[in-house]
Design a protein around this ligand. Structure first.
Ligand code: PLP
Length: 390
């Protein structure tokens, strides 16, 4: 028998309560989610600003499809770079105050491509231990030596920077950490990297749209200038409600990636209609602050009620509010009990998070109403509170 590990590894996952399965959703993203004929209040979506079905963005996609059809026929160097792609790149540059932007079909492929293209065996990659799998995995697959530093620990990062030889070095962190909701001290990291002649990259998948003036993201919120962080990665599938990603950098690195990054060169470009929808989402986020304000109000309310109920709360002040449970089994049970009461809250288990840190990953959105949050917390108090007593 070939590939016998498939069966044994699946069996192991089942025994450890780590087996994963998909649930079919029958509804669009929104406050309420329909799955297998039942309705749930949705507390698991990354659609933080409720834009995934915003009429203006849907209309932009429709208009794009009418004008450009549904596919762009090729990779960006062949036929796949159309004026909506160009316009979106220009809009990104202006919004973020950067010389150049490059579009990708996903944050996953942007991260993989960048790391594999930029770093060779004589270079060094330093990553926060809690960085997203797309970054950690690319580091493992690339020829370059990569080391991790403890989450947000600048002393350890300083040591790693100081102990290296004269290698090119790239430090990567996230603006907002995807499973914890806490933030990196980007300003201090940028200063450190500058002192040690290293580049810094910030993956702001969960910051863009939600944070900073005009939703510019974590750098703007922390008053970090674009030239202090050499590479910024933004995704469009979370707060911006669409899909896709961009690397923002200087003109030279941009040209280098166009010439050498295989995940850019050898992949069909996103449809022009999608680029138009992303542009519409960015314009909306810049012009209308009400979504961000509503999200902030919901985060405040959640934290306030959770503190009153003495729930095991994290320090996070972002839309990602994890409730740490510990054991995978208990996290699954809590998630199932919440589902029975009509709340969709995903249990996040290893290897997505470190061993024994399974959690309920609650995400808040501008589309939640006050009573939704009150109801969720009442349910959490009885379910998680009860687990604590046993
Ligand atoms: C979601 C995410 C990605 C991947 O982006 P996609 O566009 O969904 O592929 C990358 N980095 C972080 C931190 C993320 O949370």
């Amino acid at each position: 028998m070939a590939f016998e590990f498939i069966q044994s590894q699946l069996e192991q996952r089942r025994q450890q309560q780590l087996f994963r399965q998909r649930c079919t959703q029958d509804s669009a993203q929104g406050r309420v989610l329909v799955s297998e004929g039942r309705q749930y209040l949705n507390f698991s979506s990354n659609d933080y600003l409720g834009l995934a079905r915003h009429p203006k963005i849907v209309e932009a996609w429709r208009e794009g499809a009418k004008r450009y059809g549904v596919g762009c026929g090729g990779s960006p160097l062949v036929t796949g770079f159309q004026s909506p792609h160009h316009d979106l790149e220009q809009l990104l540059c202006e919004w973020q105050g950067r010389p150049a932007a490059l579009l990708f079909n996903s944050g996953f492929s942007a991260n993989q491509g960048l790391i594999k293209t930029l770093l060779g065996k004589n270079d060094l990659l330093l990553q926060d231990k809690l960085n997203h799998a797309s970054l950690i995995e690319a580091g493992m697959l690339s020829a370059c030596p990569s080391k991790r530093f403890a989450h947000n620990q600048l002393e350890q990062l300083t040591r790693r920077l100081a102990e290296r030889d004269q290698q090119n070095c790239l430090v990567i962190t996230e603006g907002v950490f995807s499973m914890d909701g806490d933030q990196a001290p980007i300003k201090a990291m940028a200063q450190l990297c500058q002192q040690h002649n290293s580049w810094l990259m910030v993956d702001d998948a969960h910051g863009v749209g939600c944070l900073g003036e005009q939703g510019r993201g974590s750098l703007n919120q922390q008053q970090v200038n674009a030239d202090e962080v050499q590479i910024q990665m933004l995704t469009f599938g979370k707060a911006l409600g669409v899909a896709g990603a961009s690397l923002l950098c200087d003109q030279e690195l941009h040209d280098y990636l166009i010439n050498f990054d295989k995940s850019y060169v050898y992949s069909t470009a996103m449809p022009a209609a999608q680029a138009m929808a992303i542009s519409a989402a960015i314009k909306l986020v810049r012009a209308d602050h009400s979504h961000q304000q509503q999200l902030q109000a919901n985060i405040q309310l959640f934290k306030c009620l959770a503190a009153e109920l003495k729930l095991p709360l994290s320090q996070s002040t972002t839309a990602i509010q994890p409730i740490l449970i510990g054991s995978s089994e208990r996290a699954l049970v809590a998630s199932q009990q919440l589902k029975q009461q009509g709340f969709w809250v995903t249990a996040i288990r290893p290897p997505t998070v470190p061993p024994n840190t399974a959690r309920l990953r609650i995400t808040l959105s501008s589309h939640h109403q006050r009573e939704d949050i009150h109801a969720l917390l009442a349910a959490l108090a009885s379910i998680v509170g009860e687990q604590h007593e046993h």
